[in-house]
Design a protein around this ligand. Sequence first.
Ligand code: UDP
Length: 257
Amino acid sequence: MSGKQWGKASILGCFVDLVNMEQALRTVEDMIGDGVPCQVITLNAELVYNAYHNRYLQEIINSARLVTPDGVGIVWAARRLGYRVEERVTGIDMFYNLCKLAAEKGWGVYFLGAAPGVAKKAGEKLASMYPGLNISGNHHGFFNDEENKAIIDEIKSKSPELLFVAMGAPKQEYWINRMKDELGVPVCMGVGGSFDVVAGIKKRAPNFIIKLNLEWFYRLITEPVRFKRQLALPKFVLLILKQKYLRRKREDVKREG
Ligand code: UDP
C-alpha cells in the first residue's frame, strides 16, 4: 500500500483529504487491495454546513476512509484557511475515472440509486465508453426498509469491488455508513445525481461555467427547487470567515503570550 503524502484540512469540524484526482484514484485502488469495507465521500459546502449542525453526520464524514474536496466552496474555504488544495476532485469525475479504471482492472461495479431505469441506462452508457466494464448489477434508489434486505442480499451475491450509490447527499452517506460492513464491498461511494447526468437525464454545466466556478449557480438556475438547499452556501461562507477570524485571534494571543 502506498504511503499517504497529503494532509487534511479541517473545515468547520469536517476533515478533508487534500488529494488531487490521481491520489484519490490510487487510494481507492489501495482500498480494493485491502478488501476492508470503506466509505468514500466527495465533500461539498452544503454537506459540511449540514454536518456543522448534525454531530452524527460529522462523525460519518470523519470516519470515511477518503473525503475529497468536491465543491468549489470547499476549495475556497480550505484555501482561505491556509491549506493548499491542488484541484477539485468531484464525485462525477471520480465516477467516470473509477469506471474507466474498473474496466482496466476487471473490478466489478454495482450501481444503486436514481429513478427506475436510470442506473441501468447509465451502466449501458459507461460500458460503451469503457469496453470490458464488468457491471455486477443495478437497482433504483427508491425502496423501503423491507426491500432494503433483498437489495443487500443481491449486492452481496454479486460481490462487486465498487458500489456507487446515487441517492443524493446526505441520504446516500447515511445508507452507506449503515450498510457497508454488512455488504462487505471494499469501496462504497456516494455519487449524488451522477447517474442522471451519465444517463443523459440531467445536463452537467458547460465546461466554461465549471471553469468559472459557477457550477452551483448553473444548478440553481436549471433546478430552482434547489434554492432552499443552496441557502446553506452564504451561511457556510460566513462560518468560514468566522473560523478564520477566530483562528487568527488565537494565533495573535499565542504570539503575544
Ligand atoms: N434519489 C434516490 N432515492 C431517493 C432520493 C433521491 O435514488 O430516495 C436520487 C434521485 O433520483 C437523483 C439523486 O438521488 O438521481 C439525487 O440527485 P441530486 O442531484 O439531488 O444529488 P446531489 O448531488 O445534489 O446530492
